[in-house]
Ligand binder design. Structure first.
Ligand SMILES: C[S@@+](CC[C@H](N)C(=O)[O-])C[C@H]1O[C@@H](n2cnc3c(N)ncnc32)[C@H](O)[C@@H]1O
Length: 348
């Protein structure tokens, strides 16, 4: 045994353990608005207690733990805690990356650990709707900033002719839409287009309908509870799927439904998690996050559905392309990418 390698491994373990233990505190900070409150300016724990109405002893421990992890800044000379501009942007800005929402997903999915452990023995599936609601809400809150940054400015313009069609009008289906942030963004960007969002999860569709109405686009964005294999409508200029094809037990059935639903020259926008094609090239921090979430969310959901597939969040471009080809699509192209997503244009 090489002791240096043991030391190196334990070093990684300590940082993993600290991050895992700190995840709950990030969610507490998010739920109680502590990051937003600290973004207002530096405070000692006592001042912070007055500002937030929370208990000073809890806040002291929370602030120190956050500072130890670099999520909060501590100034020993004054005993004050604060957020730098960058920390505030990532943790407290409604237009920022909403980092705490990612931990909401993690804590939400980890609640299912006993059932997941049992499922390893039995092979049983655990469907998306069986998880804690933090998973759905966290997913929407964490993914939305990425869609704001890229969907309208970069992804749609990267598709051949779609921007022009939607500017003139056009019909869009947003399949597996979850809480519908993507549907609303498309409707806001293209005031002449109509959007039909669908998801098999009724509670998500209920929230999506409410949010579209609040955003003032309820007249052009409608939602239905339907699976990707049964969603309704035909003649769509664009069918979009954001981060959901790999979750499905029957992705080929979904792809066939997209083929039926598209207008003859329509486009399927398929957004999937970033990954390399080979396992060895995915063995990095992003791959670790995706494989781990996939173990708790994507694979169990696919195994809970008929179809026999369980692509997982790191399926890779080749596997996704095969699904589209099996359903009869002939054109497949990587149109864009970000550190988190691969964006495919699929056509007949
Ligand atoms: C990771 S979430 C993504 C949600 C949304 N597209 C987004 O980007 O925020 C995966 C979604 O796929 C939905 N889903 C899973 N299997 C489905 C199926 N067979 N048909 C339709 N929706 C499905 C889930 O209910 C969930 O809303």
């Amino acid at each position: 045994m090489n002791n240096d390698k043991v030391t190196e491994f334990l070093g990684q373990f300590v940082s993993d353990l600290a991050a895992t233990d700190a995840a709950g505190s990030v969610v507490v900070g998010h739920r109680l608005g502590l990051y937003r409150a600290l973004a207002q300016g530096p405070a000692t724990p006592e001042q912070f207690a007055e500002r937030t109405g929370c208990h000073p002893r809890y806040l002291t421990e929370w602030l120190r733990g956050q500072a130890a992890g670099g999520y909060v800044t501590y100034t020993p000379a004054t005993g004050e805690f604060s957020l730098t501009e960058e920390q505030a942007f990532c943790l407290a800005d409604p237009n920022g990356p909403n980092v705490p929402a990612a931990f909401l997903i993690s804590l939400g999915m980890l609640r299912a650990e006993p059932r997941i452990t049992e499922a390893f023995r039995t092979g049983a599936g655990i469907a998306w709707h069986e998880h804690h609601e933090d998973v759905f809400v966290g997913c929407d809150a964490f993914y939305r900033p990425g869609y704001v940054a890229d969907l309208v400015p970069n992804w749609i313009p990267a598709l051949d002719g779609v921007h022009a069609k939607l500017t003139a009008g056009g019909k869009v289906a947003d399949v597996g839409c979850g809480l519908g942030s993507s549907s609303v963004l498309i409707a806001q960007a293209y005031p002449r287009a109509t959007v039909v969002g669908s998801d098999y999860h009724a509670e998500s569709i209920e929230l999506a309908t409410k949010r579209a109405a609040e955003a003032g686009v309820g007249d052009r964005v409608t939602f239905e509870v339907a699976t990707a294999q049964t969603f309704t409508g035909t003649g769509y200029d664009l069918v979009a799927m954001f981060d959901c094809l790999h979750d499905m037990g029957d992705p080929v059935g979904a792809a066939r439904q997209v083929r039926e639903a598209l207008a003859p020259d329509g486009t399927w926008l398929l957004v999937e998690p970033f990954t390399a094609d080979s396992v060895e090239d995915s063995l990095n921090t992003i791959g670790r996050a995706y494989y781990s979430a996939s173990t708790f969310l994507c694979v169990p959901n696919a195994l809970a559905q008929p179809g026999g597939h369980a692509l997982g969040a790191q399926a890779g471009e080749a596997a996704i392309r095969r699904v589209t080809e099996e359903a009869g699509f002939t054109q497949f192209r990587r149109a864009a990418q970000t550190p988190f997503n691969l964006v495919y244009e699929v056509r007949l």
